[in-house]
Design a protein around this ligand. Structure first.
Ligand code: NAP
Length: 305
């Protein structure tokens, strides 16, 4: 048997983003030919288009001629979405629908990436794929609308929800922890917010494996297990050789009093992977992924934020 996507043309939206950076190598390792799509030209971008522009999407999809599309582009600024829900909706619903319609018109399969923020997380975790959604933020509402639009265009398309992504050169939680501990010597982290921390490289590989099955519907792809933000930050400190006691627990209420944020976050949004696991697609426990990742991050010297 050859590689799972041997000879397949794959269009990746959001190719310049955090996940996009890991998708290209994962797809190429699976034998695919990758066309990276970004909002503007740059590294890893073969075609540029604003995905909220339906005509532009039709054009780039016709040019790319994909058999598979992985839609990783999104409005990911959670607090910005609270201030401009229409803007977030134009991307998380409008662009997702444009991409889905263009994929269907070409007869291409689509895997669209979504989020744990479709759950309020105020009870019921860990959430299986069929758990009722009840987003409490504009980001969550607009992503949920995008999921529905994708599956309305074709129930054989896949929606893959993930959570708490880290990895790559940009801003992410483990990098923020290292930067804070190195610059300030200590930090307070909320101990009453929990979820499924996920290495973007593991997600990319799981998306490739899921796409190769051709299966449709909703899937949960996150590193296995549950962590609070506090537990995650302490684990980062330990793995970087720093004193974990310098990470101190606080509550969301106390944190928000000091640093108000417009968007509500799920309290406990741990995702349970049942449907992809039944197809043989699983992700390792978050502790294993973090253990493999943090030494390299710590060796970079300094974070970027
Ligand atoms: N990051 C997380 O913790 C997390 C958690 C759960 C789910 N997710 C989901 O995972 C997926 C990947 O997230 P990520 O972390 O890789 O996000 P990211 O780093 O913010 O990348 C998103 C990409 O989408 C592009 N984009 C946004 N609007 C666009 C438009 N109108 N036209 C064309 N491109 C557009 C962005 O381009 P510009 O840079 O030019 O704006 C960016 O490259 C998203 O679906 C996200 O909702 C992320």
């Amino acid at each position: 048997m050859g590689p799972p996507l041997a000879g397949r043309r794959v269009l990746v939206t959001g190719a310049g983003g955090q996940l996009g950076g890991y998708l290209r190598p994962a797809l190429e390792a699976a034998g695919a030919t990758v066309v990276g799509l970004g909002r503007r030209p740059g590294p890893g971008i073969d075609l540029a288009a604003d995905l909220t522009d339906r005509g532009a999407v039709e054009e780039v999809v016709a040019t790319a001629a994909p058999e598979l599309v992985i839609h990783a582009a999104a409005w990911t600024d959670v607090d910005g979405a609270e201030r401009d829900e229409a803007g977030a909706r134009a991307v998380n619903l409008g662009a997702a629908r444009n991409v889905a319609e263009a994929a269907r018109a070409r007869g291409a399969h689509l895997v669209a990436v979504s989020t744990d923020f479709v759950f309020s997380g105020t009870g019921g975790a860990p959430f299986a794929e069929d758990a009722p959604t009840d987003p409490v933020s504009a980001y969550g509402r607009t992503k949920r609308a995008g999921e529905e639009a994708v599956l309305a265009v074709s129930p054989s398309f896949a929606v893959a929800r993930t959570a708490w992504l880290y990895g790559g050169p940009g801003k992410h939680f483990p990098r923020t922890v290292l930067t804070a501990l190195r610059s300030r010597g200590s930090m307070e982290v909320v101990a009453d917010e929990a979820g499924s921390p996920t290495f973007a490289g593991d997600l990319a590989e799981a998306l490739v494996a899921l796409a190769a099955t051709g299966a449709g519907g909703i899937f949960h792809l996150a590193n296995a297990g549950r962590a609070t933000r506090f537990e995650l930050a302490r684990a980062v400190a330990v793995l970087a050789g720093l004193d974990p006691e310098t990470v101190r627990p606080t509550t969301s209420a106390a944190f928000l009093e000091k640093y108000p944020l417009p968007a509500k976050r799920p309290t406990d949004s741990e995702l349970r992977n049942e449907r992809a696991a039944a197809l043989g697609v699983t992700l390792r426990p978050w502790q294993e992924a973090l253990t493999a990742y943090v030494p390299g991050l710590a060796a970079e010297g300094k974070g970027t934020d």
